[in-house]
Write a protein that binds this ligand. Sequence first.
Ligand code: AMP
Length: 213
Amino acid sequence: MDMVLFGPPGAGKGTQAKKLVDMLKVPQISTGDMMRAERASGSELGKKFDSYMSQGLLVPDELVLELIDKRLSEPDAAGGAIFDGYPRTVAQAQALDALLTKKGRKIDVVPSIEVSLQEMIDRIVERRMCQSCGQIYHLRYNPPPSSDKCQCGGELIQRKDDTEEVVRKRNQEYEEKTAPILKYYGDKGLVKPVDGVGSLDEITERIKKAVGI
Ligand code: AMP
């Protein structure tokens, strides 16, 4: 199955994608995670990504396409994927369709996790991420075993772009460039709205029901 897990920043896409991976037996493909890994490597490409990410701006489509093209060619992605934080523009959605068509595949479903701007800000500023395994926590709603350690023993960090100011910019980019994707997929009858407020398990159940798994 190829699924686009859609929603604004802080909707819980990454957390839910990780929960769905085991059930669907397909990998999570998060362009945000891939860009953070590239940035951590200190490469020139990583520095380029950072110049957009640290301001809450979208990375240009052509750079994203290169990343996805490579990732989709890896063997674990041969039978489907859960796309998280990608596509972010209609041009990216069209490019993804073209890549999948070449492989005889298509996007099957687009669960759209819905949350308000205030909810997004509340979630994001208290979000913590494990530097080693990528596990995501929220200091109140999904607390880690200790305030600075993950269950795997890795160190917890706050993402550089998880400040209220950058979140507002990310939301503006979302409204202008990403939200129009809903019409693109909506016209194909693929969008399944999911209420994104509730416990992590409740939201997983809503997604499973919406996509019929
Ligand atoms: P995320 O981890 O999905 O919240 O993404 C964090 C940041 O990475 C975004 O604010 C963008 O700067 C960049 N980014 C991630 N995915 C994409 C994408 N598909 N297109 C453009 N920029 C992206």
